[in-house]
Design a protein around this ligand. Structure first.
Ligand code: UTP
Length: 275
């Protein structure tokens, strides 16, 4: 059973400056809810209740968000506004939240390694909260947890991207096992379109087996001088231990202004107007 979910949230969010100068990118709201809360809700819906954050300087607002604000509770007690806090209250009641810091922003692989102290020696999920995923029924993590029960190895969520955008993602190639499922044979971080092994890009949802920590420790900095999780996963893939899953649902890259606006419009039409 997977219980733990890691949220690396230490990045600077430079694509959203100046909004992210003093505020974490993960607290930017899509409508009335911070990005990171959508991610934790997705984890909770998949049965993951031990939530770990890898944070950095300037990320205190995330800790405060997943804690009770007594003054606020007192202020709105007995009013209609209490309803607006129901979702976050449910998460605070049913999940635990742990925090550790990434000392230097040396890449996603390094951030995940920093999470070792909160994960320990068990399989775990990773969510990049700036990838907002909306599933038709089950969320993407719930779909992946089901697959983990079957394969018992690392799983990455993938989607097809335009060939000229491969340089924004980790890109895989693999042997097709069945519709939407591949056993990964190769993966490259942010390849130029002409070098990309396919147009199947890894998005911000992973399930990882704990041997990944030792592998990351042995992984030298790669693309952009950062320790890349893609490079570490390639080592597992060489042993046939990484499955790529074309998930059901939609993903919005909320780390970019365009993706953020698309997600806002989607949620306005599909959630807000249907309330
Ligand atoms: P991104 O590259 O999308 O996030 O990393 P960023 O660096 O914050 O954004 P830009 O490019 O400057 O606008 C994907 C995720 O990995 C985390 C980020 O917080 C983000 O959620 N991350 C990345 C870390 O926690 N540590 C790192 O060293 C790098």
């Amino acid at each position: 059973m997977i219980k733990k979910c890691l949220f690396p949230v230490a990045g600077y969010g430079t694509r959203f400056l100046p909004a992210t100068k003093a505020m974490p990118k993960e607290i930017l709201p899509i409508l009335d809810k911070p990005l990171v809360q959508y991610g934790v809700e997705e984890a909770f819906a998949a049965g993951l209740t031990d939530i770990g954050f890898v944070t950095g300087r300037g990320k205190r607002a995330i800790e405060d968000h997943f804690d009770t604000s007594y003054e606020l509770e007192h202020q709105i007690a007995g009013t209609g506004k209490e309803k607006m806090l129901e979702g976050i209250r449910e998460l605070i009641e049913h999940c635990t939240f742990s925090y550790t810091r990434q000392v230097k922003m040396s890449g996603l692989g390094d951030a995940i390694l920093a999470g070792r102290t909160v994960i320990g020696d068990e399989p775990f999920a990773v969510v990049l909260a700036d990838d907002l995923c909306m599933g038709p029924d089950d969320g993407v993590l719930a779909q992946m947890v089901k697959l983990f029960k079957q394969f018992r190895c690392s799983i990455v969520a993938i989607e097809e991207v335009p060939q000229d955008e491969t340089n924004k993602y980790g890109v895989i190639s693999g042997e097709e096992l069945s519709e939407n499922l591949f056993r990964v044979t190769d993966m490259v971080e942010k390849p130029d379109p002409e070098d990309a092994p396919s147009n199947l890009a890894i998005i911000g949802r992973y399930i990882l087996t704990p041997d990944i920590f030792d592998i990351i420790e042995q992984t030298p900095p790669g693309k952009n001088g950062e320790v890349q999780i893609t490079d570490a996963l390639l080592q597992q893939a060489k042993d046939g231990c990484v499955i790529a899953y074309k998930f059901k649902g939609r993903r919005f890259d909320c780390g970019s202004v365009q993706g953020f606006v698309e997600a806002t419009n989607y949620c306005y039409e599909n959630i807000y107007l249907k309330k």
